[in-house]
Design a protein around this ligand. Structure first.
Ligand SMILES: Cc1cc2nc3c(=O)[nH]c(=O)nc-3n(C[C@H](O)[C@H](O)[C@H](O)COP(=O)(O)OP(=O)(O)OC[C@H]3O[C@@H](n4cnc5c(N)ncnc54)[C@H](O)[C@@H]3O)c2cc1C
Length: 480
C-alpha cells in the first residue's frame, strides 16, 4: 500500500469542517444513539481498519456504521449530512484504485452485514443486498442449474456492492460481459438519504450508478440476472516467443469466428513469477502465455472453436498444450488466479494498472510498456483479459527500495501510452484516487465538465466519496 504521507489530498467540494473540535465523538455518539452500539464502531483501534482498500491508505474515519438494512443506511447518511462530513461506501475493500479509502475523516458505511440473498429460479434472477460476497450468488444459484457469470479474481471476498461500484469484470467478461450487464435493477440511497428503486428503463439511472465508485449513491440491493452454465468447456494453453504473436493469434482466432469464454494473457515476467510460486511447469522461456477456454452447450461447436484458436496460435508461431482432464484445466486456471499472491512475493506493494486498448494495438502497447518498465528500473509485469484489450501492467515496489514518486511517474507514462493508442484508463478497477490525476489527459475539458455536472446534480454537497474519479477543479491536487 502507498504510505499515508503521500497518500491522499483533501477533495473538492470539501465537507464542512466541524467547529467544536470533537467531531469524531459527536458523530459516533449520535450514530450510536440512532442505531445502537452494535452497528457503530467508534473506537480508534476499530476505525483504523476502515481507512484503506487493497492498494491505498486513506484518512481514519470518525465513525464506521455496519448497517443491516436500507433503513440503517438512510439513518447513517442523514446523520453524516447533518454533521457535514463525507460518506464512503465500503464492501470487502479489495478495490485496486483507492475507491474505499476515505480522503478525509468522515463516515464509512461498511456493507458486510447486508448479506440477504434470494434466488428466484423461475425468473432466473437473484436479489442480493450490497454485502453479499460475489461467489455466494453462484453457490446459491447452482442447485437450481444457474450461475452468476461475473468472476473477478477476488470473487471469494469481493461484494456485489463493490462489484457494481467498480463495474467489475473477470476472465469471463469477453464472452459473458461484466457486472453491470447482469443488473436488472437496483435500490440505492442518495446523498440526502432518499431511497430509489430503479429498473433499466429510460435514462438508465441504474447504469449511471454502476461504475460510479460510490460517488453518486450507495447501492443497497440489486436484482441480478442468472444464466445456466455452459454444458461443455475445453481448455488450452499456448505459448509464444513474444507478445506480438500472442496478440495476433487472439485477433486471428476471433476474426475466424471463435468466441472463447475466457482469454487471458501473461507476459514472461508474470509467467515466471507464477511458476516460482506454483511450480506447475509453466513455460518460463515463453515471451507470452495465453490461456483459453472455449465453452457452450454443443460439444461440436466447442471443439470447433478450440480448433480455430489452436490453428490461430500455431499460425502465429505458438505452441499449444490442451488440458486433457478437468483437473489439468483447473491447474492452468489456478496459474492465472495465483498472479496476485505470486507478485506479492516479489515486492510487498504494487500499482495495478488497468488500461484498455484496441486489440490491434496490443503488441505495440505491450512492447512500449515493457520498454518503459526496463528504463525505469522498477519491476513490472503484464497480464490481462487480452480478448477485450484489457491489460494489467503491474508496477511492483517496496517503499523502502523504490520511490512512490517513481512508481507514480511510470504509472502516468503507462496511462499516456494507452491514451495515445486510443485506449482508456480503466477497464474494471475504476479510477478512484489512483488515476484521477490522469483524467485530464484522458478526458477532454467539455466531457469532464459534463461529468462534474452529473456529480453536482446527484450529490450537490459533495458528500459521497469525495476525492475520487474527478480531478480537482483548480488543478492543484497532485498524485495520490
Ligand atoms: C487479488 C485481487 C484480484 C482482483 N481481481 C479483479 C478482477 O479480476 N476483476 C476486477 O474487476 N477487479 C478485480 N479486483 C479488484 C476488486 O476486487 C474489485 O474492484 C471489486 O469489485 C471490489 O469489491 P469490494 O467489495 O472489495 O469493494 P470495495 O473495494 O470495498 O469498494 C470498491 C468501490 O465501490 C464502492 N462501493 C462499495 N460498496 C458500495 C455500495 N454498496 N454502493 C456504492 N458504492 C460502493 C467503494 O466506495 C469503492 O469506490 C481484484 C482485487 C484483488 C485484491
Amino acid at each position: 500500500m502507498t504510505p499515508e504521507k503521500v497518500a491522499l489530498t483533501t477533495t473538492s467540494p470539501a465537507p464542512k469542517p466541524r467547529s467544536n473540535g470533537k467531531a469524531d465523538n459527536a458523530l459516533a455518539a449520535e450514530l450510536t444513539r440512532l442505531l445502537g452500539p452494535k452497528k457503530v464502531l467508534s473506537n480508534l483501534s476499530e476505525r483504523l481498519n476502515y481507512r484503506y482498500d487493497a492498494i491505498q491508505f486513506g484518512a481514519t474515519p470518525l465513525a464506521v456504521v455496519l448497517p443491516e438494512s436500507t433503513a440503517d443506511v438512510v439513518t447513517a447518511v442523514r446523520a453524516a449530512r447533518a454533521a457535514g462530513v463525507p460518506v464512503v461506501g465500503r464492501g470487502a475493500a479489495s478495490g485496486l484504485s483507492g475507491g474505499a479509502a476515505p480522503t478525509s475523516p468522515g463516515l464509512v458505511i461498511s456493507f458486510t452485514r447486508m448479506t440477504r440473498l434470494d434466488i428466484f429460479p423461475e425468473r432466473r434472477e437473484a436479489r442480493a443486498q450490497a454485502g453479499v460476497v460475489t461467489l455466494a450468488v453462484t453457490e446459491k444459484a447452482k442447485p437450481h442449474g444457474l450461475i452468476y457469470p461475473p468472476d473477478p479474481a477476488s470473487f471469494r471476498t469481493s461484494t456485489i456492492g463493490g462489484n457494481l461500484g467498480e463495474n467489475a469484470g473477470g476472465p469471463l467478461c469477453f464472452k459473458y460481459g461484466v457486472s453491470g450487464d447482469y443488473v436488472k435493477g437496483l435500490e440505492f440511497v442518495d446523498a440526502d438519504g432518499g431511497v430509489h428503486e430503479l429498473t433499466r428503463d429510460a435514462y438508465d439511472l441504474a447504469g449511471l450508478l454502476i461504475g460510479s465508485e460510490g460517488t453518486l449513491g450507495l447501492i443497497t440491493e440489486a436484482t441480478l440476472r442468472l444464466t445456466p452454465p455452459p454444458k461443455y468447456t475445453r481448455t488450452l494453453m499456448a505459448s509464444f516467443p513474444e507478445v506480438g504473436a500472442c496478440a495476433e493469434a487472439v485477433s486471428a482466432a476471433i476474426a475466424a469466428g471463435a468466441v472463447p469464454g475466457k482469454l487471458e494473457f501473461m507476459d514472461q515476467a508474470c509467467t515466471n513469477a507464477v511458476e516460482d510460486f506454483l511450480a506447475i511447469g509453466l513455460p518460463r522461456e515463453a515471451g507470452a502465455v495465453l490461456l483459453v477456454d472455449t465453452d457452450g452447450d454443443d460439444l461440436g461447436t466447442v471443439e470447433e472453436e478450440r480448433a480455430l484458436v489452436e490453428a490461430a496460435c500455431l499460425n502465429a508461431g505458438g505452441t499449444v498444450r490442451r488440458a486433457a482432464t478437468d483437473s489439468e484445466s483447473a491447474a492452468l486456471w489456478q496459474a492465472r488466479r495465483s498472479v496476485s499472491p505470486a507478485l506479492g512475493r516479489i515486492r510487498p506493494q504494487r500499482m495495478n494498472e488497468d488500461i484498455v486498448v484496441p486489440r490491434s494495438a496490443l503488441p505495440e502497447v505491450v512492447r512500449e510498456i515493457r520498454a518503459l518498465g526496463d528504463a525505469s528500473g522498477l519491476p513490472l509485469v503484464q497480464f490481462g483479459h487480452i480478448g477485450d484489450g484489457n491489460l494489467h501492467p503491474n508496477i511492483l515496489f517496496d517503499p523502502r527500495r523504490e520511490s512512490p514518486e517513481a512508481v507514480h511517474d511510470l504509472a502516468h507514462q503507462i496511462a499516456l501510452v494507452a491514451i495515445r493508442h486510443g485506449g482508456v484508463l480503466s477497464g474494471e478497477h475504476g479510477i478512484g484516487t489512483m488515476k484521477r490525476a490522469f483524467m485530464r489527459d484522458a478526458v477532454d475539458p467539455v466531457t469532464l465538465g459534463a461529468l462534474r455536472d452529473v456529480k453536482r446534480a446527484l450529490d450537490p454537497t459533495g458528500t459521497l466519496n469525495p476525492g475520487k474519479i474527478l480531478p480537482d477543479e483548480d488543478g492543484t491536487h497532485a498524485h495520490p
